[in-house]
Design a protein around this ligand. Structure first.
Ligand code: HEM
Length: 74
């Protein structure tokens, strides 16, 4: 939560911004779950999201689905 706001950008994009970008992308739950575990860079800017290696596969899937369920930013 130090890095992601629920709505707006902090270090990384707000969860509502991520949900809005991938709203119509059926592959998003799986792709974002992989990125949560492996880390990511270059999709939102040049800041790196470090890998979250203690997050299990099934927890990453649950987190990705929760992120994607956020309502669009106001
Ligand atoms: C379990 C905790 C976390 C979850 C569930 C999470 C989730 C996400 C998701 C779903 C994305 C979008 C990836 C994409 O669009 O390809 C993202 C991007 C990002 N996150 Fe996180 N994140 C977590 C922890 C963190 C932490 C700890 C940091 C900062 C140290 C961080 C910084 C970033 C940044 C900078 C991006 C943009 C990366 C890019 O441009 O590709 N995240 N995060």
């Amino acid at each position: 939560m130090a890095c992601h706001g629920l709505v707006r950008k902090q270090v990384g994009p707000g969860f509502a911004q991520i949900a809005a970008r991938y709203r119509n992308d059926p592959g998003a739950p799986t792709q974002l779950a992989t990125k949560i575990r492996n880390g990511s860079v270059g999709n939102w800017g040049r800041v790196i999201m470090p890998r979250q290696s203690r997050v299990t596969d099934s927890d990453a899937k649950a987190l990705a689905e929760w992120v994607l369920s956020q309502p669009s930013p106001p």
